[in-house]
Design a protein around this ligand. Structure first.
Ligand SMILES: Nc1ncnc2c1ncn2[C@@H]1O[C@H](COP(=O)(O)OP(=O)(O)O)[C@@H](O)[C@H]1O
Ligand SMILES: [Mg+2]
Length: 269
């Protein structure tokens, strides 16, 4: 990691803990709540919130992780690293393995007493043309087969370096046209594993993409040509695991809907 030219700075005080890749961005982290609350572009609002800001002429992405449940607050305070810290640490590992992810800037954690309340991960904004979601959904998109082939090769290169993105879903893969072809970058990197990956996990890595059967076949066939897996077997296994994943998630969704309908139903009194 020392050939990264990253000057790591750590800091802590009564209620914050942070690490930053460049001393210059220390002020940014310490002012993050203020910067975040100002009216900047909101990219994505789900459980975590993402905002893009321009800071000293650079476009940055701020990701806020709120920790509402007391159980999780306890766990992230005493048992495991916060999602922001894990994102930062994983980005440094990815960089050391020469794998594309937006440049890590830093993370900061806010505590109330000994309990963590909130954490932020900051990375450089990466220009991309689209995410892999667009390619998976739009069958007419120009160069679709070429992009899928290079995507399969990219995924194989991750696996060959023992990099496993546990949330390999369509929004987490940025795609950009470059001179030599297509460039892929991974984001949302707080859940990763580094180490040897079994055949089953390698193939299962694709299921969260939620591709249709034909697209999955194309990707897996290309993947097998790089990994050396038996293509017919890989295709069969991929579809089997894709179908059971989809069935499980759809079942969960139906249960949730049912529970919601029950909760919202007027009381028959
Ligand atoms: N550093 C970045 N540069 C450019 N786009 C980004 C960056 N980080 C995230 N994004 C975009 O924001 C979206 C949401 O980010 P993500 O980290 O996946 O959040 P979530 O946990 O809500 O899925 C991604 O799908 C991607 O399009
Ligand atoms: Mg995501």
């Amino acid at each position: 990691m020392n050939d990264l030219c990253i000057e790591l700075q750590k800091g802590s005080s009564a209620n914050v803990k942070f690490e930053v890749s460049d001393t210059y961005n220390r002020e940014l982290l310490l002012n993050i709540k203020h910067l975040f609350e100002r009216n900047f572009k909101v990219m994505h609002k789900a459980r975590n919130e993402i905002r893009v800001i321009t800071y000293s002429g650079k476009k940055l992405v701020l990701k806020s992780f709120r920790i509402p449940s007391p159980v999780n607050r306890f766990a992230y305070s005493f048992i495991r690293d916060s999602k922001a810290k894990r994102s930062f640490d994983n980005a440094l590992v990815l960089k050391s393995l020469e794998t594309n992810t937006p440049e890590p800037v830093g993370y900061i954690e806010f505590f109330s007493g000994k309990m963590i309340k909130e954490s932020f991960y900051v990375s450089a904004y990466s220009e991309s043309d689209f995410t892999i979601r667009t390619v998976l959904l739009d069958k007419e998109i120009e160069n679709r087969d070429e992009i899928l082939k290079e995507f399969a090769e990219f995924t194989h290169s991750l696996h060959a370096k023992n990099i496993y993105h546990k949330d390999y879903s369509p929004g987490n893969i940025l795609v950009k046209k470059v001179n030599s072809g297509w460039k892929f970058e991974i984001v949302d990197i707080n859940r990763m594993r580094f180490g040897k990956i079994s055949y089953k996990n390698r193939i299962k890595n694709f299921v969260k993409l939620w591709a249709d059967d034909d697209t999955m076949r194309t990707i897996i066939r290309e993947y097998a040509s790089f990994s050396g897996d038996n293509p017919a077997k890989a295709e069969r296994d991929a579809l089997k695991w894709l179908h059971s994943y989809k069935a499980r998630i759809n079942f969960k969704k139906r249960l949730k809907k049912l529970a919601k309908r029950k909760k919202d139903a007027p009381l028959n009194v």
